[in-house]
Design a protein around this ligand. Structure first.
Ligand code: AAL
Length: 405
């Protein structure tokens, strides 16, 4: 296993170098690369290389791939399928960003962001309007016997009182069950919700999945404070200094118990975000604590991804796996790290469901992607209405024409 990760490291580097290197000439590069690449007849045959004296840049990269790379991490997602009961699409309602699914009292449980009313955007009266579909949300929950028909049970965690750090919206929640206690971590925004607002991460805990929930008095995670805005205008792209990868937003928190500690994975957004050669500048980070309630200390290795969007992480084979979707040069890959920090690409997939709520009841050691066989996702019915849906995925090991045995 170990060798594979090293080689994949080289692969990632080779991809980046081939895209970005401007300091040496192409000829020098070719000479250097050809000298260091040894090609066996077997590799030539597997990769279909015509002539080893004339290696294209693509063949050079392919030669860096591990020779024992299998397809056990390669999967395909189904399109989203509607849910039944209270989680079916409801006009005028936003239900989105489902948490992971856990099973208690013979029922599946899920938590999610819920709001009503149309989304106005930032053009008008932001004090009284709703700027995003995830603005003015509270955290609700639902249960199901089969994962398809759901009953909405009610409000779990409401927004805070005026003046509290979570007085504007609480949303994008994750669940962790640890030693007979339940922990919900979620994004929080304090009013006014303008384009430069910095959000935080809140935590609530309970003795039962049905609550009552006690909220942390202070956020458990905040954005880095080392970026500097340029001017007073409400423009999130104008900066004197961008700061760390999470200088603007700390999103999509998810806590996993790991190696005797608690790893809080999150998505960072940077002040002065740019569109790069892979799309939006979105990266993931981790903060680690000795206790579920914190204090959470950001890893000095952050960021731990250079791509991705909503956090979707699970334990596998002593390490942590991560589905990287939507943004950045490594989007649509599944990655794995032996230590929860140093992730390597294990497969490149066609695309994935968004905002996944993982099925934490799955036997995730059965195979690397077992936990992705089914779960929850969300779709935009339109900008004012979103609904939670179900996805499935399957391993894909052959490519055959119809009728071929
Ligand atoms: C999602 C997540 C976070 C963002 C918003 C709601 O895709 O990344 O939750 O804040 O969009």
């Amino acid at each position: 296993m170990k060798k594979r990760f090293k080689v994949l490291n080289v692969l990632a580097l080779a991809v980046l170098l081939s895209a970005c290197n401007t300091s040496t000439t192409t000829k020098d590069n070719e000479k250097m690369a050809e000298k260091s690449i040894e090609i066996s007849d077997q590799q030539m045959d597997k990769l279909g290389i015509t002539n080893k004296e004339y290696l294209s840049a693509a063949s050079k990269r392919a030669l860096q791939w591990p020779t024992d790379l299998g397809n056990e991490w390669f999967i395909e997602f189904s399109g989203p399928q509607p849910l039944k009961g209270d989680l079916a699409h409801e006009p005028g309602v936003v239900r989105r960003d489902p948490s992971a699914i856990i099973k208690e009292n013979d029922k599946y449980y899920v938590w999610y962001s819920k709001s009503t009313g149309k989304t106005d955007g930032f053009g008008g009266d932001i004090e009284n309007e709703k700027v995003f579909p995830w603005d003015r949300c509270d955290i609700w929950y639902a249960t199901s016997e089969d994962g398809i028909t759901w009953k909405e049970e009610g409000l779990a965690v409401p927004r805070g009182e005026k003046g509290a750090y979570d007085d504007r919206s609480v949303f994008t929640v994750e669940i962790m069950n640890w030693e007979d206690k339940y922990y919900l971590c979620y994004q929080a925004v304090k009013s006014p919700y303008n384009v430069r607002v910095k959000n935080t991460v809140g935590l609530a805990w309970a003795d039962s999945p049905d609550g009552p929930w006690t909220k942390s008095e202070e956020p458990i995670l905040r954005p880095a404070d080392n970026g500097v805005w340029k001017g007073e205008e409400q423009n999130r792209f104008m900066v004197e200094k961008k700061g760390d990868f999470d200088s603007h937003k700390v999103h999509d928190p998810c806590i996993l118990p790991y190696k005797g500690k608690f790893y809080l994975y999150y998505k960072g957004e940077q002040m002065g975000e740019e569109i790069t050669f892979g799309g939006r500048q979105i990266r993931h980070g981790v903060a680690i604590a000795d206790n579920p309630k914190g204090p959470y200390v950001k890893s000095p290795y952050n960021p731990i991804s250079n791509s991705g969007h909503e956090i979707c992480v699970w334990p596998y084979n002593g390490g942590i796996a991560s589905l990287i979707t939507t943004d950045g040069p490594e989007k649509n890959t599944i990655q794995w790290s032996p230590d929860g920090i140093n992730f390597e690409i294990m497969s490149s997939i066609k695309g994935a469901s968004h905002a996944i709520g993982l099925n934490r009841t799955a036997d995730n050691e059965k195979e690397p992607t077992e936990i992705l066989r089914w779960g929850l996702t969300h779709i935009y019915n339109n900008y004012d209405e979103q609904s939670i849906m179900r996805f499935t995925s399957k391993r894909r090991t052959t490519h055959k024409a119809k009728g071929v045995k």
